[in-house]
Write a new protein. Structure first.
Length: 159
């Protein structure tokens, strides 16, 4: 499901050796994933691990490089006054299908703990609106993430 986005993200310039900036699409994505994870005020380890897995898979990174990206996303989110700085970067950087896939990633972080809080739902709604993902696509991504979350571990199927 995320193959297009993963392919696109892997083609972006490398992270190694350069300071990460919030106008970097990778940092913008990490900041938004962090923001939705933290939206309900109850950060669960399983959400944190899912966020890191999604970033590692999307960008083909691990170890220190992944740690740097996660830290840059967290710092950018903590310093941000709104979501627009991040959503505008993603809207410019991702095509329509990749933006839909990103909303799916956000839902995966939310469903990692098995619960959807109204604040998490609201954050995703706002991000989807700002990056140009229609309501029906946002709702379908939510349903897909819910189906995936309800499957026993190890039986993930890509729809």
């Amino acid at each position: 499901m995320f193959e297009r986005m993963i392919s696109f993200l892997k083609d972006l310039p490398g992270v190694t050796g350069r300071p990460m900036r919030e106008d970097d699409p990778r940092v913008a994505a990490a900041a938004l994933l962090y923001h939705v994870m933290d939206a309900d005020g109850d950060r669960q380890d399983v959400e944190w691990e899912r966020l890191k897995q999604l970033l590692a898979t999307s960008y083909g990174i691990s170890g220190q490089e992944l740690d740097r990206l996660v830290k840059a996303g967290e710092q950018a989110d903590n310093e941000a006054i709104d979501l627009y700085a991040f959503t505008s970067v993603l809207k410019r950087s991702l095509d329509e299908d990749a933006r839909k896939d990103f909303i799916g990633m956000m839902w995966e972080v939310v469903y990692a703990d098995g619960q959807v809080h109204e604040m998490e739902d609201n954050v995703i709604w706002r991000v989807a609106e700002l990056i140009g993902v229609e309501s029906r696509d946002r709702i379908e991504a939510k349903r897909a993430a819910a189906r995936q979350a309800s499957q026993p571990s190890g039986s993930n199927t890509d729809e």
